[in-house]
Design a protein around this ligand. Sequence first.
Ligand SMILES: Nc1ncnc2c1ncn2[C@@H]1O[C@H](COP(=O)(O)OP(=O)(O)O)[C@@H](O)[C@H]1O
Ligand SMILES: [Mg+2]
Length: 255
Amino acid sequence: MEQTVAIDIKGLKSQFGGKVIHDNLDLTIYQGEIIALVGGSGCGKTTLLQQLLGLHKPTRGEINILGMDILKPGADLRSLQHRWGVLFQQGALFSSLTVLENVTFVLRELTSLPKDIIEEIAYMKINMAQFPVDSVHKYPSELSGGMLKRAALARAIVMDPEVLFLDEPTSGLDPVSAASLDSLVLNLQKSLGLTIVLVTHDPDTLWTAVDRVAFLGDKRVLAVKPMAELIKDPNPAIQEYFSSERTQRKEDHGN
Ligand SMILES: Nc1ncnc2c1ncn2[C@@H]1O[C@H](COP(=O)(O)OP(=O)(O)O)[C@@H](O)[C@H]1O
Ligand SMILES: [Mg+2]
């Protein structure tokens, strides 16, 4: 089956000062897939997402997103910013704005749509993100972790993005909230045809929500495969990572 490339990363080298984070990293992500980035803490997962968003410049390499070579001098990143949504670990919502104000923010900034249409779109996304509508006038500080993520997700999809970037979306959530966020992300992918790139440690997410897993180690992508194949990869770094308890599939332990 012919697959369309959404994101193509070639020969990426990244460093902070003299410290090399990525070296000769390659990764191809296809349109409509859910791909997870995994690897030990500090291996450069968040940095890679930031580079895809143009927030951190690699030392060398190519990054093509939705047909645009974003590292080329003069690349118009702003034209891409409508085409992706982002849910990062921290700082997802403006604390001084209500949920509704947070979700409408980008529409108010970037479009000249009338207020009632903006609110209509916002409510649609709030519903899609399964955020309780009776809480839209609350401030972020009044929300639980799971509700915060849903509000941030509503904001991330408000511009109908083609690609969604999520950095550890289920971290800090209890297992039930985490599972429901996973199924929500999966539904969004299906209903909106999104390409989703997420960083996660969550074994349930890796086993149930993701099409392929890209394993970062040794400063590059060591393997990209569905989880069931990845855990059979003989690479010692991969074996070591998945041998730890937290990454085991729950069903394998019985009860
Ligand atoms: N702004 C920064 N300045 C200096 N070093 C950084 C910066 N951001 C990240 N790093 C370093 O880069 C490495 C990769 O970080 P990060 O991408 O956050 O890893 P991960 O998300 O995989 O845990 C870490 O060693 C981290 O200390
Ligand atoms: Mg990180």
